[in-house]
Design a protein around this ligand. Structure first.
Ligand SMILES: N[C@@H](CCC(=O)N[C@@H](CS)C(=O)NCC(=O)O)C(=O)O
Length: 315
């Protein structure tokens, strides 16, 4: 444990650029290992960590091209962290749901390979790569001549776009805060970091926390207090709940893309953080959102249970 924290200190010192030779002194664990050997071992360890991290972040390896087949790159199934949760990523679940709504055949690639924009999800189609779920929807709608919102009039399209954008660009970050920063995500984080061996677990934890804090700060939501963040989530969800009312879906009996975005958010947030203030709002003041999620699941995922056990592709 002591050497773990010493490693983390060293890692942070190197990252911040203030490393000195004295910082390596803790490595001389016994008299049989001199400082030079210790430094070599440390360098090898760092190179290993770097290579593994690089593989996780931006491996350009693609799926073999299958003509006219959409390959959906998204995270491995989240069932391993939260029983019953297919995907903890709202944009990933939205995109998969869209593909099902418009009946475009696809196959999943569940390896952690990020898009060129550094995010998930993304798609490959006939050798082309499209990053960002909303650009994927646009591309596929054109390519397959489909319109998932065809049953909406112009005003409804405007409202639908506003709901989707609010959920993805605003409400989403309250979920990120609850999951990665607040105590509600502690159990998940323990499981996540436990999947990596030492010293990679420390690197992942350090990097994830730093990146997430930067995201939240840059977005602006990270500058608010915890209570204010949950108030933002509540206002957003109550607004969607009002718009949904007693209807089956946001604009009647047929779901549109904004329904898919709502579904993605609800599964990723409320199903994975059952005790968070966000979920409490849904359980007490916006129960129609929960019913909507169940309805979407029943309509579009008859194979949900099988999908939970879907494994990463190995070819
Ligand atoms: N606007 C993007 C958002 C994608 C996004 O934020 N994906 C997250 C997972 S939910 C991600 O890949 N995060 C990794 C990172 O930012 O390092 C989309 O709709 O595809």
């Amino acid at each position: 444990m002591q050497s773990n924290s010493a490693f983390l200190t060293l890692l942070m010192t190197i990252i911040t650029g203030s490393v000195t030779i004295e910082d390596f002194s803790w490595l001389a664990l016994d008299s049989t290992m001199n400082l030079t050997e210790s430094i070599c071992i440390t360098i090898i360890a760092f190179v290993m960590v770097y290579l593994i991290a690089k593989k996780l972040r931006g491996n350009p390896s693609k799926s073999p091209v299958k003509p006219d087949k959409v390959v959906l790159h998204q995270f491995p199934r989240s069932h391993v962290f939260w029983p019953g949760v297919l995907s903890g990523s709202p944009p990933c679940l939205k995109l998969e749901t869209f593909l099902r709504m418009v009946k475009i055949p696809y196959e999943n690639d569940l390896r952690i390979i990020y898009s060129k924009k550094g995010k998930m999800p993304w798609i490959e189609f006939n050798g082309q790569e499209i990053a960002d779920s909303n650009f994927c929807v646009q591309f596929l709608s054109k390519e397959f001549q489909v319109d998932v919102d065809s049953h909406l009039n112009a005003t409804e399209r405007g409202v639908a776009h506003s709901i989707l954008t609010m959920l993805e660009e605003n409400t989403y970050w309250t979920m990120v805060y609850a999951r990665y920063i607040d105590d509600y995500g502690a159990e998940f984080r323990k499981k996540l970091f436990g999947m990596f061996f030492f010293p990679l677990n420390y690197w992942v934890r350090f990097n994830l926390l730093r990146t997430t804090k930067n995201y939240l700060w840059s977005h602006g939501i990270g500058r608010h207090t915890s209570q204010e963040i949950y108030e933002i989530a509540e206002r957003d969800l109550l607004a969607v709940s009002q718009l949904l009312g007693q209807k089956n879906f946001l604009f009647g009996d047929k779901p549109c893309l904004a329904d898919a975005a709502l579904f993605g958010f609800m599964v990723g947030c409320t199903w994975s953080l059952p005790d968070s203030p966000i979920t409490k709002v849904v359980k007490t003041k916006a129960q129609n959102l929960d019913q909507h999620t169940q309805r979407m699941k029943e309509l579009l995922y008859p194979d949900w249970e099988e999908l939970l056990l879907e494994k990463e592709k190995t070819d």
